[in-house]
Design a protein around this ligand. Structure first.
Ligand code: MSP
Length: 540
């Protein structure tokens, strides 16, 4: 049993559009959320990690029609692929919500009803600029050079009779939220954007459509379907059984346990929906607001956002097949600075794999297990005495090793995945240096130095045990493999044990597979340019 004494932690990803298969940009957000969920579980939190699929809307309906299948058949196929991808990547979600599920649809209607009964919904005529790929309506002032401000594509003038949410009534309350709880929306640049947006004056939001029918029916008017964003945002509570529609006593038990969400992790272009529309919906229903909305940046290809509809995407499955899940996860978490955009390039991926994973981590494991096997038949005992003085390599190694977890925790609190990993890699670097400084292979030739040799190998095994815990939230397979080679139980990894040096009384080490074989970068670049064109070429 994992102790869950730290309380609850509810983290969500956006629910993805199953308009076509996901690309590596989507996996970025899910990998970050997964790392955070795993980190929190390992540190003793009772975690709820939610992801899912956002399956309604005109665009999906049109794609399905073009393919000659029903929208449901279409989304079923794509969602199967999304779930397979998450299974391959060992994404540890606790629930996967689909907006076409009955449990969701019934509750979205209830959300609509509650906001309507509050007097916040009225019927009117909508006219605006509509961006079909983004499913967004824009006003004149919001357009950029007459095009969609999010994706830069052309917009169409649309008019229809529809229901409206009185979003304009919530501007002051939202501004108060951002001022009194700046932590609600980060990074700060996104907060300032939202404040600017509200200060321009919020307009009421059109929340129904009648020009297509692939959606959740408006409960008070069966000719209309609920706007896809209102439908989608509600997933964060419908998955927890709220609002109640079944009437069973435990229906909203998860809601009572996990709501409000601790963090909604979202891409920067959908911050607006999560930081303005979603809190206003919750305010109208009289429900607590999420504690934090966190906007991350984009992985760029050819200088622009990867885009399924433009065909400029990188397929994560191809990368995983070639380099493994941990290589991709590590790259995504280490290479990009949270909140900022960054280019995706094959060179950067391959260099990270070779330098950080094969050289630094892989070598530390293979050198240590190799020496344990060669010099001591894999048997390492805890040294009887601990006689080192403050400035020996042993003392420094131990200091760095036991200090790493605290630093990683501090960076994780700020969602600085990259800095957290850097911290772990400085311990790995220090340990490789320790091997060079202590040169165990020299001691191995001298029988009078057996005790010292054992001590060095024990220290290295302890460091690797600590590393296996520290990397566990990020690269789970590697953690398991290291523990296996050290003869440690996989389920016994506890975050708190990463701060203890000298925990194990003995090790039975067995050298196993190389974690990350070294790659021939030139050959791989060539192979990747055929598989996943990234630099300059389009992926069709
Ligand atoms: N369905 C909505 C979300 C509804 S949440 C209530 C949606 N779906 S999406 O599939 O278009 O995008 C989902 C997420 O993927 C967004 O947060 C978006 O920022 C992210 N990304 C899509 N392309 C990306 C990159 N190239 N890089 C990083 N993240 C990217 O929006």
């Amino acid at each position: 049993m994992v102790a869950t004494d730290k309380g609850k932690y509810y983290i969500t990803t956006p629910i993805y559009y199953p308009s076509s298969n996901l690309h590596v940009g989507h996996t970025y957000c899910t990998v970050m959320a997964d790392a955070m969920a795993r980190f929190k579980r390992l540190s003793g939190y009772d975690v709820m990690f939610l992801t899912g699929a956002d399956e309604h809307g005109r665009k999906i309906q049109e794609i399905a029609e073009a393919e000659g299948v029903t929208p449901q058949q279409y989304v079923d196929k794509i969602v199967r692929g999304i779930k397979d991808l998450w299974a391959t990547m060992e994404i540890s979600y606790d629930d996967f919500i689909r907006t076409t599920e009955d449990r969701h649809k019934r509750r979205v209607r209830e959300v609509f009803k509650r906001i309507y009964e509050k007097g916040d919904i009225y019927k009117g005529e909508y006219e605006g600029w509509y961006c079909k790929p983004c499913e967004s309506f824009w006003t004149d002032v919001q357009l950029s050079d007459g095009k969609c401000p999010d994706c830069g594509r052309p917009v169409e003038r649309e008019s229809e009779s529809a229901y409206f949410f009185r979003l304009s009534d919530y501007g002051d309350r939202l501004l108060t939220l951002f001022t009194e709880h700046p932590e609600f929306l980060e990074p700060e640049t996104r907060r300032n954007e939202m404040i600017g947006f509200i200060n321009q004056g919020l307009e009421d939001l059109c929340i129904s459509r009648s020009s297509f029918d692939w959606g959740v029916k408006v409960p008070i008017d069966e000719d209309q379907v609920i706007y896809v964003w209102l439908d989608a945002l509600a997933n964060y509570i419908t998955a927890l059984g709220y609002p109640e529609v079944d009437g069973t006593p435990d229906e909203a038990e998860l809601y009572r346990k996990y709501w409000p969400a601790d963090v909604h992790l979202v891409g920067k272009e959908i911050v607006r929906f999560h930081a303005i529309i979603w809190p206003a919906m919750l305010m109208s229903m009289g429900e607590p607001l999420p504690k934090k909305v966190l906007g991350h940046g984009w992985l760029l290809l050819d200088g622009g956002k990867m885009s399924k509809s433009k065909g400029t995407v990188v397929d994560p499955v191809k990368l995983i097949e070639r380099y493994g899940v941990d290589a991709l996860k590590y790259f995504l978490l280490r290479e990009y600075t949270f909140g900022q955009d960054g280019p995706f390039t094959n060179e950067a991926l391959l260099n990270r794999i070779n330098a950080d994973l094969a050289n630094d981590l892989g070598n530390l494991l293979s050198r240590t297990t190799g020496m344990c096997g060669k010099f001591q038949s894999g048997k390492i005992a805890k040294p009887a005495s601990d006689a080192e003085t403050a400035d020996t390599p042993d003392a420094e190694l131990k200091r760095v090793a036991v200090g790493a977890a605290g630093k990683v925790e501090a960076f994780m609190e700020e969602f600085y995945f990259s800095r957290a990993l850097e911290e772990i890699w400085s311990l790995i670097g220090r340990s490789n240096k320790y091997i060079d400084e202590t040169a165990p292979w020299v001691l191995a030739g001298d029988t009078s130095k057996r005790q010292r040799l054992n001590e060095i190998l024990y220290n290295l095994a302890e460091v690797l045990r600590i590393v296996s815990i520290l990397i566990r939230p990020f690269i789970h397979y590697s953690s398991t493999e290291i523990r296996k080679q050290l003869g440690l139980g996989d389920d016994e990894a506890r975050w708190a044990d990463a701060t203890v040096f000298g925990k194990e009384d003995a090790y039975t080490v067995e050298k196993g597979v190389a974690l990350f074989p070294r790659l021939d970068i030139g050959a791989e670049l060539e192979a990747l340019s055929r598989i996943n064109p990234s630099d300059g070429e389009r992926a069709d």
